[in-house]
Design a protein around this ligand. Structure first.
Ligand code: NI
Length: 207
């Protein structure tokens, strides 16, 4: 039988009141009896949004085997997380962003990072030409001369996922480009609403 672990967000916890995560092992003396009463009925394989709400946060219960939990703790410690809640949230968001940006017609924002040797025949001209050809996808570019030969170029891109991917593929595939990577994402509100469009400017500022 799996050891049952309860993960609660924003519950009071005697062990560490600063942390926003309280890990309550069954019968753990650290935990408030009241929390145990609430957490008791969350017992199960995985309970998401069980209807226990504290402010805007939901409390969930997750059953994990000890080895998996140890590996998870080592993994998040390496990344510098100080509590499991934030690590769980980031992992969930990462999967949701991946799922949303994978849809070909989703509107995404992102970056294309390119490393190339500017001596390579025609690469600078071809990069410029391609970017002009797809100017509607390019928000901005930034260039750094890394050394005598190598250039780093980062493009901020915005548009339909499939078009952005195709454009990035053509840039990365150019002869003379030594390494390239496309990162696609969506702002948090797009995740919350599941909207497929991202207005370029929904806020007021001078530019
Ligand atoms: Ni350069």
């Amino acid at each position: 039988m799996l050891p049952l672990l309860f993960v609660a967000v924003k519950v009071s916890c005697r062990s560490d009141s600063r942390a926003d995560l309280c890990i309550c092992h069954d019968g753990d003396a650290y935990c408030e009896p009241a929390n145990h009463a609430i957490l008791g009925f969350l017992r199960g394989e995985l309970v998401v949004d069980a209807g226990v709400r504290m402010g805007v946060l939901n409390r969930i219960g997750v059953a994990l085997d000890s080895d998996l939990l140890k590996r998870f703790d080592r993994f998040i410690a390496k990344l510098g997380y100080t509590n499991r809640s934030e690590a769980f949230r980031d992992l969930i968001r990462d999967r949701l962003v991946g799922e949303q940006t994978a849809s070909p017609d989703a509107i995404v924002v992102g970056t294309v990072t390119l490393i190339y040797d500017h001596h390579a025949h025609g690469v600078t001209e071809k990069l410029t030409e391609l970017q002009h050809e797809h100017h509607e996808l390019v928000v901005s570019t930034s260039h750094a001369h890394l050394d005598h030969d190598s250039c780093l170029e980062v493009l901020i891109v915005h548009g339909q996922s499939a078009q952005v991917e195709q454009f990035a593929g053509r840039l990365i595939g150019l002869k003379g480009v030594q390494h390239g990577r496309l990162v696609k994402t969506v702002p948090p509100h797009a995740l919350d609403t599941g909207k497929k469009t991202i207005p370029r400017h929904t806020h007021k500022h001078p530019h």
